[in-house]
Design a protein around this ligand. Structure first.
Ligand code: NAG
Ligand code: NAG
Ligand code: NAG
Ligand code: NAG
Ligand code: NAG
Ligand code: NAG
Ligand code: NAG
Ligand code: NAG
Length: 507
């Protein structure tokens, strides 16, 4: 990176307490301790040297014969009867010199698998697992039950209409491994591309297939750089052309400046911080690249942080998993919260457990603990062809320490992708405070595109599912009542939006 600067980082800015779930990690504080981290704005749109980074020699594709058959999952422990689609999982070596291999999980469609498009799903974090979140908690075909042993079918799974490839990336996340401690955006783009080329050799039937990439939050970094990389490398002779058609970024972290600005707007407009704190932030903080955040600014930011500390940041109106579960259950019936009736059950170990009625979101706030339990079962790891590990975790926060490059903004890549003719969508669960829709609106205004179809409410099952606006080369959709992990909270609405994205029509 040409102009590497030393700056503190802010992961989704207000991710103070934990990332996706209530696991107690303090990402921001952790990240702030990373002194040697390099970040640069990298306005690659005007930097031809930077473009050269995408025209490396062709990737070495290793022999893949027989590996597809070996990767076929015969059955996952506790899988419901009547599973009518094929699943595969295993490793793809992306860098033999560093013993680096990435773990994937493919869920094919029950019907029309051979013609349906291929979606690559990437998780944010940074350093969180798309198997543990994307597949098991959001858009995958199964959800892990509270017993941590059995699975139930998600009837709004995205593999109904596409084949979905979940990648645990970067190396070091989940079951993916490497003997190199360094990672970073450029390395990840490289490795993901090498993964795809090797994987397509293992699954050659997907080589010419329509290809899409979607993901959440920090995955905006991975997706924009990988998609750009694919378009550049597609131009190189003698290498597999990846038929990329579009990208979808969910509650993206695409620019640290717009992210922070939008977050405080969200907190203010959702009655979480006071007028005084908001005014204090607006008049003392400059969140632009290179802008000043002095001690007065940080004082007000600290106040905002404190006020948010007992709220589920993935969905500001959702209950937390642990606190009530650990208290004596005096209420055995149930009580109404976010419209969902929840009943405390026994067995409140490992973060407790809730039984939910299927009203409104129906998302169980303790899902993460069930998933962790399930994926740490030896029989499950074996059925997935994963290397046995003692403690599979959703996120590897240690990776952040050795993150070599992290652009302040990826909007220049997105601007290039918009002009390339591929489909570019942003979508946003409107109850998320980590990467709220207000931030995305600022990012869009930075992209300086013009409205083609003005903001309108879209309908799903007779109700407003959210709002949408079409710009030149860009579509933005909100999902009403959804949190950070959109399909967890609003599975039906999320699938509806995803289907529109694939069809290239507005929802
Ligand atoms: C990483 O692992 C590979 C394969 O096991 C080995 O050849 C290489 O020397 C290792 N590299 C480092 C930096 O340890
Ligand atoms: C499968 O593809 C056929 C032909 O394109 C289409 O008519 C049918 O609706 C598809 N079925 C599903 C479930 O996607
Ligand atoms: C998923 O596909 C099946 C088979 O085509 C269909 O019956 C079902 O309605 C689909 N589910 C949703 C939520 O669209
Ligand atoms: C990306 O891969 C190419 C070879 O495929 C290598 O020359 C280059 O150094 C890699 N870049 C990074 C940042 O890993
Ligand atoms: C193209 O690929 C083929 C097969 O891998 C190889 O034999 C040939 O030498 C390559 N040509 C160039 C110009 O790299
Ligand atoms: C914020 O900081 C940037 C970078 O130093 C500067 O260009 C900009 O003018 C500042 N904005 C305000 C409102 O002071
Ligand atoms: C980061 O890199 C340094 C130097 O390679 C290494 O000593 C340290 O263990 C790494 N940290 C992590 C969490 O991998
Ligand atoms: C939209 O794409 C076209 C080319 O496909 C390009 O000329 C135009 O600049 C793009 N506009 C925006 C705002 O990205």
């Amino acid at each position: 990176m040409k102009t590497a600067l030393l700056l503190p980082i802010y992961l989704c800015l207000l991710v103070f307490v934990h990332y996706y779930g209530a696991n107690g990690y303090d990402t921001l504080e952790r990240a702030l301790r990373v002194k040697h981290l390099k970040r640069s704005p990298m306005d690659h749109a005007t930097n031809n040297d930077h473009r050269d980074e995408y025209t490396y020699p062709p990737v070495d594709v290793g022999p893949q014969d027989g590996l597809k058959d070996a990767d076929k999952i015969s059955e996952l422990p506790g899988q419901p009867d009547g599973t009518d689609f094929d699943q595969y999982s295993g490793y793809v070596t992306v860098d033999p010199d560093h013993g680096k291999a990435l773990f994937y999980y493919l869920t094919e469609s029950p019907i029309n698998s051979s013609t349906n498009p291929l979606l690559l799903w990437l998780q944010g974090g940074m350093g969180c697992s798309s198997l543990g979140y994307g597949a098991m908690m959001e858009l995958g075909p199964f959800r892990v039950n509270a017993d941590r042993k059995t699975l139930s079918r998600n009837k709004y799974a995205w593999n109904n209409i596409s084949n979905v490839l979940f990648l645990e990336s970067p190396a070091g996340v989940g079951f993916s491994y490497s003997n190199m401690s360094e990672t970073g955006d450029a390395i990840i783009a490289n490795d993901s591309y090498a993964f795809l080329l090797n994987w397509l050799e293992r699954f050659p039937e997907y080589k010419k297939r329509d290809f899409y990439i979607a993901g959440e939050e920090y995955a905006a970094h991975y997706i924009s750089q990988l998609a750009y990389s694919i378009l550049q490398k597609n131009k190189m002779a003698n290498q597999t052309v990846i038929n990329i058609k579009g990208i979808a970024l969910g509650n993206p972290l695409d620019d640290y400046g717009t992210s922070e600005t939008g977050t405080y707007e969200y907190l203010f407009s959702h009655a979480i911080i006071s007028d005084e704190i908001y005014e204090g932030i607006v008049s003392n903080c400059n969140f632009s690249y290179g802008g000043k955040r002095g001690s007065v600014c940080n004082y007000y930011r600290g106040q905002a942080k404190a006020l948010l500390s007992n709220i589920e940041q993935n969905d500001i109106y959702a209950p937390l998993c642990s606190p009530l579960a650990n208290s004596t259950p005096s209420v055995t019936g149930g009580w109404l919260l976010t419209g969902g009736l929840r009943v405390l059950s026994d067995g409140a170990s490992d973060g407790g457990q809730w039984l939910w009625s299927d009203q409104v979101s129906g998302f169980d706030p303790c899902s993460e603990t069930y998933i962790r339990g399930y994926l740490n079962t030896p029989a499950v790891q074996q059925s997935l062809h994963a290397k046995p590990v003692n403690s599979w975790e959703h996120c590897n926060w240690n990776l952040v320490e050795n993150w070599t490059d992290m652009p302040f903004t990826v909007l220049p890549w997105i601007k290039d992708l918009m002009a390339s003719g591929i489909r570019v969508w942003f979508y946003s669960g409107d109850l998320d405070v980590k990467c709220p829709f207000t931030s995305t609106k600022h990012s869009i205004s930075t992209l300086k595109t013009s409205v083609k179809t003005p903001w309108y409410p879209w309908m799903y099952e007779g109700e407003v599912g959210g709002y949408a606006v079409e710009y030149q080369n860009l579509t933005f959709v909100t999902i009403r009542g959804a949190g950070h992990t959109v399909p967890s909270y609003q599975p039906g609405r999320a699938l509806h939006v995803y289907a529109s994205f694939l069809e290239g029509t507005l929802p």
